[in-house]
Write a protein that binds this ligand. Structure first.
Ligand SMILES: C[S@@+](CC[C@H](N)C(=O)[O-])C[C@H]1O[C@@H](n2cnc3c(N)ncnc32)[C@H](O)[C@@H]1O
Length: 319
């Protein structure tokens, strides 16, 4: 509350008076004095993290950090296997849910009224729409699917991206995760969406299994989604980033073994830190037979969460 009052230009001591039902006057440890202006405190950015974010985001650093102080929009993905966008919008309106298209992806709708009703709405129950961030959908739109018949989602978790992929392709999709508990929601979600996805527990992924496209939606800081979990940036530490980047490197190595020659490895995070994104791809490309095809960083300034996506072609004979 103290921060909110300061941010809105109201001097806290005018309300923290102790009079009547008013809260007690502020003590020295609560900042009775207005602190000296501090750029990083205004941006809610931990000091150790600022140089890394600033190096990654360049001139977007300040506007991105300000955007992270706002509430995140709610986005839906229209499941093209069940409905087109206009049909889905019409069915949502019957439950009082108003939406508008998002420029980030043709399948994305931003909810502008009654977001809390989504999960009890007919459109959601019948699999016409899923909750999914618009940039997460844009990342799936980037995946090359021409001629692709076998796809491995190596870090499938609850299957948000596997389901979005299933709506775009008739290819066989295998969903794998190191933690089988993360996969339990996927089968019922796939049934609701009318999608066919084969769950592959860790022990079920054969060493010699090869796919045309392997998606690595890696565990990461989640810095692109800190609007949704603002405590994330406060809890994040130097040790954690070191752990994550080492894990991301190992996962990339493991996943590359499952990409058929000429196939594509897609590396995705919901992070805005180069340490977790371009630097991981560069580290892999230094010793592995991959050609970097394209990469893109989305930030909340694009409307959705921050996401990174890099596509790499596996060329074992090429080096
Ligand atoms: C960002 S989440 C995946 C989100 C999911 N793709 C979606 O769109 O809903 C990352 C996942 O990676 C999994 N993971 C962590 N370490 C892994 C490893 N070494 N191999 C495979 N998956 C791993 C985690 O269990 C977690 O479910």
């Amino acid at each position: 509350m103290i921060g909110y009052l300061r941010a809105t230009g109201i001097a806290p001591h005018t309300l923290f008076t102790g009079a009547g039902y008013g809260p007690a006057p502020l003590g020295a440890d609560e900042g009775a004095e207005r602190p000296a202006p501090d750029r990083l405190a205004d941006l809610d950015c931990p000091a150790w993290l600022a140089p890394r974010l600033e190096a990654s985001l360049g001139p977007s650093f300040e506007p991105v950090m300000r955007t992270l102080q706002d509430r995140a929009p709610v986005f839906l993905r229209v499941n093209s296997a069940r409905a087109d966008v206009e049909t889905a919008r019409t069915v949502l309106v019957q439950d009082g849910i108003a939406t508008r298209p998002s420029p980030l992806s043709p399948s994305a709708l931003e909810v502008i009224e009654n977001a809390r009703r989504v999960q009890t709405s007919a459109a959601y129950r019948d699999g016409l729409v899923e909750l999914q961030d618009a940039a997460s959908q844009a990342v799936v739109d980037m995946l090359p699917l021409d001629g692709v018949t076998r796809i491995l989602d190596y870090c499938a978790g609850g299957g948000g991206k596997a389901l979005a992929l299933a709506a775009r392709t008739g290819a066989k999709i295998h969903a794998h995760d190191a933690d089988p508990r993360r996969l339990v929601d996927l089968p019922p979600r796939a049934v609701r969406a009318g999608a066919e996805i084969t769950v592959v527990p860790p022990a079920g992924l054969r060493d010699d299994a090869r796919y045309d496209l392997v998606l690595v939606d890696a565990p990461c800081s989640g810095s692109g989604a800190w609007r949704r979990s603002p405590e994330g940036k406060i809890r994040f530490t130097r040790d954690r980033i070191a752990e994550l980047t080492a894990l991301q490197g190992r996962i990339l190595e493991q996943a590359l073994r499952h990409v058929a020659p000429g196939g594509v490895l897609a590396y995705v995070t919901c992070s805005m830190l180069d340490d977790e994104n371009s630097q991981r791809v560069e580290a892999l490309a230094q010793h592995a037979p991959v050609e970097r095809l394209v990469d893109r960083q989305f930030t909340p300034l694009d409307g959705g969460d921050g996401f990174y996506c890099a596509l790499l072609r596996h060329e074992p004979g090429g080096r």
